[in-house]
Write a protein that binds this ligand. Structure first.
Ligand code: ADP
Length: 210
């Protein structure tokens, strides 16, 4: 059996920078994508593995008739009460770690890409991944994309962005940067170049850690 490479990439970027778009390009080339936002979301869909704990902690009124967590209601509560936010995170964070690990164990691609929107802001991702790729674009472009994609106002997008690291903070954490603006074909070529490098690093890490 071939030994798995220990190389992994953390992919991050501000809201609307193009993380999903770029990650999918790497996925098409053969990298395994692990989307931590998607994992978090799936915990609280109907029959999600966090539902029982949320019900026990917060009561039935936070669970919808379809069995999913009532996100709007929960958002209101955690916004108003920091202690409720901490309790919710105590339930979700260990499960996110557990499910992320499980997904990584099952992945079969040439190397792993963890898509982590708040990589720079949260936890110890920097120590967990071999390399950090930041998807970057001007803030004005981010704002326009998210207004168009999510039907939000400029102020709503700015409020989200204020809760995220600044462009400069993210760039300071980057090993590699893709400026995702303009022609997607040119960006696809940059992705292919980086993918080639990452495959080589993945190969080298198999050799170095038999
Ligand atoms: P994120 O995952 O970082 O929030 P997305 O990949 O969803 O960002 O991209 C945000 C929006 O911008 C999407 O609607 C996407 O189709 C669009 N988009 C991404 N990259 C480009 C690009 N280079 N040119 C034009 N539109 C883009």
């Amino acid at each position: 059996m071939e030994l798995r490479s220990s190389f992994s990439l953390g992919l991050t970027g501000g809201i609307g920078s193009g993380k999903t778009t770029i990650a999918n390009m790497f996925g098409e080339l053969g990298a395994s994508l692990i989307d931590t936002d998607l994992i978090a979301h799936q915990l609280t869909i109907p029959n999600g593995i966090a539902i029982n704990a949320v019900r026990q902690q917060f009561g039935n009124e936070f669970i919808q008739p379809d069995g999913a967590m009532d996100r709007a209601k929960m958002r209101e509560l955690v916004f108003a009460e920091p202690s409720a936010k901490a309790k919710l995170e105590q339930i979700l964070h260990p499960l996110i770690r557990q499910e992320t690990k499980k997904a990584a164990g099952q992945a079969v691609g040439s190397y792993l890409i963890f898509i982590v929107p708040l990589l720079v802001e949260s936890g110890n991702w920097k120590e967990k991944v071999s390399r950090i790729l930041v998807v970057d674009c001007p803030e004005q472009v981010q704002i326009q994309r998210v207004m168009a994609r999510n039907g939000l106002s400029q102020d709503q997008v700015l409020a989200i962005m204020r809760n995220q690291a600044s462009r400069q903070q993210r760039l300071a954490a980057a090993d590699d940067v893709i400026v995702n603006q303009g022609d997607l074909q040119a960006i696809r070529e940059q992705v292919a170049g980086l993918h080639h490098q990452y495959c080589q690093l993945a190969q080298a890490s198999v050799k170095n850690h038999p």
